[in-house]
Design a protein. Structure first.
Length: 86
């Protein structure tokens, strides 16, 4: 449970930082520090989103472990080796 909460909060805090800096852009003229904090917030939000996607992929993999067999997809692989089977 702690892992899920941290992932969500990482993305939320990144968005909150970007919104706070946008308010500063309205009140004060743009400067280097505000711009750099906006970029840090954007990176934090993107990292939170990527971590959430990776977590969902891990959950799907853990649920499907043992249920997916290579034998089930052998015909697709032999038909065209350029196809990517997901």
């Amino acid at each position: 449970m702690k892992k899920k909460t941290c992932i969500v909060l990482g993305g939320v805090f990144g968005i909150a930082l970007m919104l706070w800096i946008c308010i500063q852009f309205v009140i004060f003229p743009p400067n280097f520090m505000s711009t750099s904090y906006f970029v840090f917030g954007l990176i934090e939000a993107l990292t939170g989103y990527m971590t959430w996607v990776f977590q969902k992929q891990e959950e799907v993999y853990k649920e499907a472990k043992g249920k997916i067999r290579e034998v089930d997809y052998i015909l697709v692989h032999r038909a065209n080796r350029n196809n990517l089977v997901l």
